[in-house]
Design a protein around this ligand. Structure first.
Ligand code: COA
Length: 349
């Protein structure tokens, strides 16, 4: 028998330090007016001492408290992040230790700003099949450490934070009714942050130092060259207008696909919780799918784009604000680097 899967607890955590648009205008050539009109962002939280695993732990502990479960009840922890403390160990393992979730398996997942949606859908599969009963899914980021603070076109957009949900094999809570995941790797260059370049005694670096004619080097050397050039540049780079178009298209596509899968009309939906990247993206999507803008839950004016954390933080605010009544249906919809996108339909039971 297929099991129901529901979110039974939500949690979030934001670092205390607030950086507003005027603070940013002292770092780069920008203004409160430009940032607000182009993005809707007024301020964001920036971590001055807490790492991603610290934020993840706080959000995860809050979701666990709100679920009524004990740490020992958790069978799996999934942490979605592009800004882990380490390549190894995973952020999820560090959270497992601090929570005392001694019975949990733990791993990290990378789907950039769609991370929370990918995490929830992954957790749903483990629960549906009966392998696990209770899964903690966390989206956590300290994006401030991978921002180029001299690049005004990106550093004004992002912030730090964490959101989390506990998911269980029950139909009580926020029941998952339909899901959708998509990826388009052909557009990977739209949004990037390089990792460590190839670096070993076998790498031929001479041609780079000699400024070899690029047409004369082989594909393999070219690849090594581009990776070596990326050394020390683990910063977010973005083709903003292309990302904007991708975002509007995939938000609208994902909403339509979910409505079709669940055999619902847009009037049946109480709220849409989109990834909090840019108010203009959300307004454009609202016009395209003809959904009143007030159905879209937004908090990006206060937090900016917190990548994998944003949907979890927004959902926690929706739940904590008692904004959902029995029978309400909510669509979570995300998009981000990869490129990736996805959506989850929830029903408050
Ligand atoms: N302050 C002031 N001016 C800025 C600026 C800033 N923070 N950032 C860029 N500009 C300037 C540009 O240099 C450019 O100047 P120019 O005309 O003299 O060359 C001008 O503003 C317009 O730049 P453009 O890139 O065309 O702006 P835009 O209207 O496309 O807005 C974004 C830029 C980034 C806000 C917009 O493209 C966007 O939101 N894209 C999606 C980003 C996103 O959501 N990423 C995360 C996805 S998960």
């Amino acid at each position: 028998m297929i099991r129901h899967v529901s979110i039974i607890g939500t949690g979030s955590y934001l670092p205390e330090h607030i950086m507003n648009n005027d603070d940013l205008s002292r770092l780069v050539d920008t203004s409160d007016e430009w940032i607000r009109t182009r993005t809707g962002i007024g301020e964001r939280r920036i971590s001055v001492s807490m790492s991603t695993s610290d934020l993840a732990y706080e959000a995860g502990a809050a979701a666990l408290r709100n679920s009524g479960l004990e740490p020992e009840d958790i069978d799996l922890i999934i942490c979605a992040t592009i800004t882990p403390d380490y390549f190894m160990p995973s952020c999820a393992c560090m959270v497992q230790d601090r929570l005392g979730a001694v019975n949990a398996a733990a791993f990290d997942l990378t789907a950039a700003c769609t991370g929370m949606i990918y995490g929830m859908v992954t957790a749903e599969q483990f629960i549906k099949t009966g392998m696990y009963d209770n899964v903690l899914v966390i989206g956590a980021e300290t994006l401030s450490k991978i921002l180029d603070w001299e690049d005004r076109s990106t550093c004004v957009l992002f912030g730090d934070g964490a959101g989390a949900v506990v998911m269980s094999g029950t139909d009580r809570g926020l029941k998952l009714s339909a899901t959708n995941l998509e990826s388009d790797g052909s557009k990977y260059e739209l949004l990037t942050c390089p990792a460590i370049p190839l670096d070993n005694p076998c790498v031929n670096t001479e041609f780079i130092e000699a400024e070899t004619d690029l047409n004369e080097i082989t594909g393999a050397e070219m690849s090594a060259q581009s990776m070596i050039k990326a050394a020390g540049q683990s910063k977010i780079r973005m083709l903003g207008q292309e990302v904007f178009k991708y975002a509007v298209r995939t938000v609208t596509d994902n909403i339509r696909v979910l409505l079709c899968k669940a055999n619902l009309d847009i009037e049946d939906i109480a709220y849409i919780v989109p990834h909090q990247a840019n108010q203009r993206i959300i307004e454009q999507a609202s016009k395209t799918v003809k959904i009143p803008i007030d159905k879209f839950f937004m908090n990006l004016d206060r937090y900016g784009n917190t990548s994998a954390a944003s949907i979890g933080i927004a959902l926690d605010e929706l739940v904590a604000g008692n904004m959902l009544s029995k029978g309400d249906k909510v669509i979570l919809v995300g998009f981000g680097g990869g490129m990736t996108s996805g959506a989850v339909l929830l029903e408050r039971t």
